[in-house]
Every structure is written in structure tokens, then in C-alpha cells.
Design a protein around this ligand. Structure first.
Ligand code: RBF
Length: 160
């Protein structure tokens, strides 16, 4: 994913593989929906701009980021998608909940990538405050949803 020094939102469009014919599942969390909807829409636009047919993109929402694990698992197990993008936003609060959710989602999605053949793209943004999240969903640091879509296109294009 991106840092200030490495921002995939500035990707070279000529180097992104075509998504024509590929099917992509997007599971996104409703918590912090101002952020996650912008990330989701960024991902959808980038997929379409790179050749994925709109009818080949399926979006499903889940209540919170923790539920991304279940949602992504169901999408992968359905066998309907060439890649699955999981999108959520966890903002640090005053309790350790932030750490538990981040660790849980990271472990859950990582496990899917080991267990199944469908690439699962990690679109969970984890920030200290709302401003940092806004910077990453179409602000100063690009849109991490776009970057997830570019990553999905690269992963689907690979011959292993
Ligand atoms: N879900 C998120 O997607 N982002 C959050 O920042 C977030 N913060 C939470 C903070 C607390 C204290 C709790 C209890 C839940 C939070 N959740 C958050 C929801 C979580 O991902 C999940 O939906 C619930 O824990 C139910 O499984």
C-alpha cells in the first residue's frame, strides 16, 4: 500500500493490466461510511476505467470492518470472483478496540490469501483520526480504493 513516498494513486495508467472479462467482488464496511463509500467508489471507477464491465463488479456491504472477514470469505468461497477487495476504515479511539479490530481483520484476510486461490486485496485503512482517513479517500494522499483496484488488476493478470 501507499506511504507519502509511494503513492499508487499516481499509477501510470499504461502499465495497469486490462480487467476485461474479470469478475471482482467488493466487500465494504458501513462504519465510517463517508470514508468507505469514497474508497468503494474509487475502486469501482478504477476497475471500470481499466476495462472491467460494470456488471462484473459485485458490491456487498457489512456492518463493520470486523465483518469484512466473513464477507470476504463468503465471496471467495462462492467461486464467482477473480479477486475480492475488502474495504474498511478503523479510526483509533480511546480504547484498545482499534488494535483488536485491525489485528483481527489483518489476520483474517491474510488467512484467506493462504487458504484459497482468489487474491484478497487489503483495503482497510487504519488511522489515528478522521482527517488522516479523509486524506486517504480522495484527499492529499490519493484514494486507497483506487490503489486496491490497481492491485487487484495486477494480481488477476499474473500467471502463477
Ligand atoms: N468498525 C469499523 O469499521 N471501524 C471502526 O473504527 C470501528 N470502531 C469500533 C469501536 C468499538 C468500540 C466497537 C465496539 C466497534 C467498532 N467497530 C468499528 C465495529 C466492528 O468492526 C464490528 O462491526 C463490531 O465489533 C461487531 O462485530
Amino acid at each position: 500500500m501507499a506511504t507519502e513516498m509511494h503513492n499508487l494513486s499516481d499509477y501510470d495508467a499504461d502499465k495497469v493490466p486490462s480487467g476485461k472479462g474479470y469478475k471482482v467482488g467488493i466487500v465494504y464496511a458501513e462504519w465510517n461510511s463517508d470514508i468507505t463509500h469514497a474508497l468503494r467508489d474509487g475502486a469501482i471507477n478504477t476497475l471500470i476505467n481499466n476495462g472491467v464491465n460494470v456488471e462484473d463488479i459485485k458490491t456487498i456491504c457489512v456492518p463493520g470492518s470486523f465483518e469484512l472477514i466473513y464477507g470476504a470469505t463468503q465471496m471467495v468461497k462462492s467461486g464467482k470472483y477473480d479477486s475480492v477487495i475488502a474495504i474498511g476504515c478503523v479510526i483509533r479511539g480511546d480504547t484498545p478496540h482499534f488494535d483488536y479490530i485491525c489485528e483481527g481483520v489483518t489476520a483474517g484476510l491474510s488467512r484467506l490469501n493462504v487458504m484459497y486461490d482468489t487474491p484478497v486485496i487489503f483495503g482497510l485503512i487504519t488511522t489515528n483520526n478522521l482527517e488522516q482517513a479523509q486524506e486517504r479517500c480522495g484527499g492529499r494522499l490519493g484514494n486507497k480504493g483506487d490503489e486496491c483496484a490497481v492491485t487487484a488488476l495486477h494480481m488477476m493478470d499474473r500467471v502463477w
